[in-house]
Design a protein around this ligand. Structure first.
Ligand code: SAM
Length: 250
């Protein structure tokens, strides 16, 4: 007897839609999404896609209407509950555009909950294009099966970050050395802090270490590029916190 096909199929396109989702809801896609489904994926009325809005889990939806530049979906059933995101934030000194884009994409895949660009004394890039970074995070969330999208904040000066730690452990990636991560990463809300290409100044390192809940961590004997350091620290935090003990969501 042939096996019953899995429903929904694993290969359905997944889209982030910034609207309320529920059984029977109608969702008008933007022109880019309509073009992607209609012209790139060649899907039409009656076919199915998966949608999520960052807060209400994942839903299967049927293409109800399709035009040249527009498409409407009819939401049918919830396929997944909203995930519980590990409470790990990354505060990072922005680096060059391509590297920052890569950092945002990979940090999203690794499960980061929030990204906070931080301006330090040696930060060369003072401005970041938040809308661009947000769309990179959305695309990464669509691709890696997240039901959430990380928040991305406006850049703040390092002093502001240190004054507003909100009781979270500050895991400071200190290129001058620190605790081994297996010892330093404790359960509970954490903010990882990584520096710019030129590193932190000595005065910044002193101020960071004096902040409440700060712990300096070492990422090994080699000096990592800023974006490598950030992704290594997130990976280690997720592994120690137990996130990597969970099976991939399919
Ligand atoms: N110019 C600095 C130097 O030569 O010491 C290196 C800065 S590194 C490219 C950028 C950031 O990555 C650092 O500020 C730090 O946050 C982090 N980082 C790089 N390697 C690290 C390591 N082995 N341990 C801890 N943090 C590291």
């Amino acid at each position: 007897m042939p096996a019953t096909p899995a429903w929904p199929p694993k290969s359905l396109p997944r889209l982030f839609v910034p609207v309320a989702l529920g059984k029977g809801a109608s969702v008008a896609l933007d022109a880019g999404q309509a073009n992607y489904l209609g012209n790139v994926m060649r899907l039409g009325p009656g076919e199915h896609v998966l949608v999520f809005n960052g807060t209400s889990g994942e839903w299967i939806a049927r293409i109800a209407e399709a035009g040249r530049k527009r498409m409407t979906l009819a939401v049918e059933d919830r396929t997944r509950e909203q995930e519980k995101v590990p409470d790990c934030w990354l505060a990072f000194a922005p680096v060059k555009r391509a590297q920052t884009d890569w950092l945002v994409e990979k940090a999203t895949e690794l499960g980061i909950a929030r990204l906070l660009p931080v301006v330090t004394q040696r930060t060369i890039v003072q401005r970041v294009k938040l809308e661009r970074l947000r769309s990179i995070a959305i695309e990464a969330a669509e691709q890696c099966n997240r039901t959430s999208v990380p928040a991305i904040d406006e850049p703040v000066p390092l002093e502001s970050l240190l004054k507003n730690l909100s009781g979270r452990t500050l895991c400071f990636a200190d290129e001058a050395g620190g605790e081994p991560v297996a010892k330093a990463f404790t359960p509970g809300p954490a903010t990882i802090l990584t520096g710019p290409e030129g590193g932190f100044t000595d005065a910044e390192r002193v101020a960071i270490r004096a902040a409440p809940g700060a712990v300096g961590i070492s990422l090994g004997p080699r000096i990592l590029r800023a974006e490598t350091a950030a992704l290594a620290a997130i990976s280690l935090w997720m592994a120690v916190a137990g996130d990597w003990a969970r099976a991939p969501v399919r």
